[in-house]
Design a protein around this ligand. Structure first.
Ligand code: F6R
Length: 364
């Protein structure tokens, strides 16, 4: 049932504050302001490195998780797409924690990667939305997302719930490794507790985004830029736009622009820049300005301070609330999803059932 919404995708975008809160409830003790994972049969303190494997949108959760686990737990993290991981010869020494991320829990390549890890003697955890799925049954530690059934083929609410669980896992690993004291943990947990409300605040820009979608709908190509955890968000933005609007889009790490893609820039290629205020802002904006000097038509997604500083000479700005850097990806997912959605609606494509795509990819 789509409720009052025109598409399942829009309904699921709007469910995010509720389902992220619901998911976090299983992983946070609000009174103690602590993260708590379910009981497990192994010791997180013994983890020496983490390998995260997934496909598509779920693989971007892995890339964001790498930033978090390295920052908080100071453990080396490797991330790969499942179809590559399983056919190379991954080195999986003792002390490796293997993590799979999957909405369906049935994606053939991710399931095969999980089995490969288990056969190699690796302890595994799975961030999974369907609790009865094959992966949910086979992982050593099931970390459920509580997004509810996701009907739209393009993943939205499952993605932000996966990020919420990944954040909790990162913090728990950090504590287990003695790299985060109680004070620091409380600060991070407060940021997570604020996420649902901040996602709601981001949803308030829906109409503004719908209003500017027309400027993107006519483009043949679109580029997305971000730095740090916003780099995987740029990849996610490009994937969402491609799959539902059929516009060719690419995401790049901001600093990679000048190593090739800047040659694509002209007035006909909109450039979507994801740049929350913070330590990475100035660098990202200087990459954006290099592109503007070559005629790029920029859409800047930032907060009020960022827009005040760098919003000039853009074709549009999308203002996000101010956010703790940890939850920025959960919040910036919203404008990225809404932009793809409204561009697809403007183009008249089948938003919930894009051509050539299936919800669950059970073939290799
Ligand atoms: C994109 C999308 C896909 C899935 C991928 C993995 O919007 O939905 O890229 O993320 O097919 O699927 P799961 O998470 O079911 O393993």
């Amino acid at each position: 049932d789509k409720g009052n919404h025109r598409h399942f995708m829009l309904k699921e975008i709007y469910e995010q504050p509720v389902v992220v809160a619901q998911t976090l409830r299983s992983y946070i003790r609000p009174v103690e302001q602590m993260v708590a994972l379910p009981d497990m049969a192994f010791d997180l303190a013994a983890v020496e490195r983490v390998v995260i494997v997934a496909c598509g949108t779920a693989s971007y959760v892995g890339m964001i998780g790498k930033y978090w686990i390295e920052r908080f737990a100071r453990l080396p993290v490797e991330v790969d797409v499942a179809s590559e991981f399983r056919y190379r010869d991954p080195v999986l020494p003792p002390g490796t924690l293997g993590v799979v991320v999957s909405q369906s829990g049935e994606t053939a390549d991710t399931l095969a990667a999980l089995r490969h890890m288990k056969e190699s003697g690796v302890t595994t955890a799975g961030i999974i939305n369907v609790p009865t799925s094959s992966m949910a049954r086979e992982v050593d530690l099931l970390l459920s997302t509580h997004a509810g059934p996701e009907i739209g083929v393009a993943s939205t609410k499952a993605f932000t719930c996966q990020l919420a669980v990944m954040a909790a896992l990162s913090v728990n690993l950090a504590r287990a490794k003695g790299r985060l004291d109680a004070e620091q943990e409380r600060a991070v947990v407060r940021a997570l507790i604020a996420a649902p409300e901040t996602i709601s605040a981001a949803l308030a820009y829906d109409e503004a985004i719908a209003g500017m979608a027309g400027t993107i709908a006519g483009a043949r190509d679109v580029l997305y830029l971000g730095r740090g955890p916003e780099y995987p968000m740029a990849l996610e933005g490009a994937l969402k736009l491609k799959e539902i609007s059929y516009i060719h889009a690419e995401g790049y790490a901001s600093g990679e622009m000048k190593h090739g893609p800047i040659a694509l820039i002209d007035e006909a290629v909109p450039l979507i820049v994801l740049a929350p205020s913070g330590p990475l802002f100035d660098k990202t904006v200087s990459n954006m300005q290099e592109a503007q000097a070559r005629g790029a038509q920029v859409v800047l997604i930032s907060d009020a301070a960022g827009i005040a500083q760098a919003g000039e000479n853009t074709i549009a700005t999308i203002e996000m609330p101010e956010v703790h850097p940890l939850i920025a990806p959960l919040v910036y997912a919203v404008p990225v999803q809404l932009l793809a959605y409204h561009v697809a609606v403007a183009k008249g494509t089948d938003v919930d059932q894009p051509r050539n795509l299936a919800k669950s990819v059970t073939v290799e």
